[in-house]
Design a protein around this ligand. Structure first.
Ligand code: F0G
Length: 360
C-alpha cells in the first residue's frame, strides 16, 4: 500500500498568515542577536496587519496602507523591542527591569517582566500618562514612580540609576529594543514585496524611526522616511532641546530624544524629512481615521496620517503610515474628541424611536 504523503508543516515565514502565529524573534532569528535555543520571553508579538486605507488613498492620490502596531499584545509597537530587551536581560541574569516612559514602554515592560517572572519599575511624568497605559502597567504589577517632572528628566534619572544598580534599562537606548523594532520594516518589505516607497511615522524619543530605517537598510530597501513631531514637542524640527514639551499626543511629549542623530540620519539618508504638526492637525487625522477608515488609534499614532495629509507623499505611490498604538490606550482623548452622540433615554418605546430615528 502506498504511504500517504506527509502533511507539510507551516512555513515559519508565512505562518502569521496561515493562522499559526510565531514569536517575532523566532520569525527573524537570522537577523536578530539571538540563537535558536535561547530562552525567549514572548507574548507572540509582531506579524501585525498591513491594512489598506481606501479613504486616505483617495485623498492623497497614492496607495496608502496602515501598519497596525496596536495589534501587538500590549497594544503598541513597543512589544517588538521589549521581547528582545527582556529576553536579553533574562539571558544575562537580570532580576529587574526599569524604564522612563510616556506610557507605552511602561505597559510593555510591565507585561514582559510579568511573563518573565522578574520585577519592573517605571518612572513616568505625573499626570501625563493616558489612563489605559497606567491601568495596564499597574495590573501587570509594576512599581510606578510618578515623577514631578517630564519624560526627559525621567530618562536622565533611570540612566543614572542603572549605571549604579543591577537593573536592566529597557528604553530605546537599549540596542535590543532597536533590533526588535526593526522587524516591522521587514514585515512591510515582505508584505509589499519591496514596494514601499514612503513611510510616515510619529517621532518621540526617535527609537522607532531609527529601527525602521535600520530594518529597511538591512534588506537593501530605502523608502523615504517621513517623521512627524507635535508643534509643542518638536526638538528635531527646531534643532534644539525643548525644555517644557507639550502636546495632546502624550506619547510623543518629549523634548530631548535619545536617538536624535540616528533619526536625523534616517530622514536625510532616505531623502525624507522630520516635520511638524499642530495638535489640531493630529486630532483631525485621529477622528478621520476612526470615523472614515474604522481605525481607532491613539493620538500620537495619528501624527503619521496627519503628516501625510499635510505634506503629501512626495511622489510616492506606495505609502505606509505606522499606527503605533491602539486607541483604547487613551479613552480621555477619545471621549473629548469624537463625532458620536450619547442620547439619554427613558424606558419608553416612543422616546427610543425618537432617539434612534429622529434627526441627528
Ligand atoms: N507612538 C506611540 C504610541 C508611542 O508610545 C511612542 C513612544 C511613539 C509613537 C514615538 O516613538 O519614541 O520611538 O520615537 N513612546 C515612548 C513610551 C516614549 O515611553 O512609551 P519613539
Amino acid at each position: 500500500m502506498k504511504e500517504p504523503a506527509p502533511v507539510p508543516l507551516p512555513r515559519v515565514e508565512g505562518a502569521a498568515f496561515s493562522g499559526v502565529h510565531v514569536p517575532l524573534i523566532e520569525r527573524y532569528y537570522e537577523r536578530l542577536p539571538f540563537e535558536p535555543g535561547d530562552k525567549l520571553v514572548s507574548l507572540q508579538e509582531g506579524s501585525t496587519p498591513l491594512l489598506r486605507a481606501p479613504v486616505l488613498s483617495e485623498m492623497v492620490g497614492a496607495t496608502v496602507r496602515l501598519k497596525l502596531e496596536g495589534a501587538n499584545p500590549t497594544g503598541s509597537f513597543k512589544d517588538r523591542g521589549m521581547t528582545c530587551a527582556v529576553s536579553a536581560a533574562v539571558r544575562e541574569g537580570a532580576k529587574a527591569v526599569i524604564c522612563a516612559s510616556t506610557g507605552n514602554t511602561a505597559a510593555s515592560a510591565a507585561a514582559y517582566a510579568a511573563r518573565a517572572g522578574i520585577t519592573c519599575a517605571v518612572i513616568v511624568p505625573e499626570g501625563k500618562i493616558a489612563a489605559g497605559k497606567m491601568a495596564q502597567t499597574l495590573v501587570h504589577g509594576a512599581r510606578v514612580i510618578s515623577l514631578q517632572g517630564n519624560f526627559d528628566q525621567a530618562l536622565t534619572l533611570v540612566r543614572e540609576l542603572t549605571a549604579t544598580h543591577p537593573i536592566a534599562l529597557v528604553n530605546s537606548v537599549n540596542e535590543f529594543r532597536i533590533e526588535g523594532q526593526k522587524t516591522a520594516a521587514f514585515e512591510i518589505h515582505e508584505g509589499l514585496e519591496g514596494g514601499c516607497e514612503a513611510l510616515c511615522i510619529p517621532v518621540g524619543n526617535a527609537g522607532n524611526i531609527t529601527s525602521y530605517w535600520r530594518g529597511f537598510r538591512e534588506l537593501g530597501a530605502s523608502p523615504k522616511m517621513f517623521g512627524f513631531q507635535a508643534e509643542g514637542a518638536a526638538p528635531l524640527v527646531e534643532g534644539k532641546v525643548i525644555e517644557h514639551p507639550e502636546t495632546v499626543a502624550s506619547a510623543i511629549r518629549i523634548g530631548n530624544p535619545v536617538r536624535w542623530e540616528d533619526a536625523m540620519a534616517a530622514a536625510t539618508d532616505s531623502r525624507g524629512a522630520i516635520r511638524v504638526l499642530s495638535d489640531k492637525e493630529i486630532l483631525h487625522a485621529y477622528r478621520l481615521l476612526a470615523s472614515r477608515e474604522g481605525m481607532f488609534c491613539e493620538p500620537a499614532s495619528a501624527a503619521s496620517v496627519a503628516g501625510l495629509l499635510k505634506y503629501g507623499a512626495d511622489g510616492a505611490e506606495q505609502v505606509v503610515c505606522v499606527l503605533t498604538g491602539r486607541g483604547l490606550k487613551d479613552p480621555e482623548t477619545a471621549m473629548a474628541n469624537n463625532d458620536g452622540k450619547i442620547i439619554q433615554c427613558a424606558v419608553d418605546m416612543a422616546r427610543i424611536e425618537e432617539a434612534v430615528l429622529g434627526d441627528p
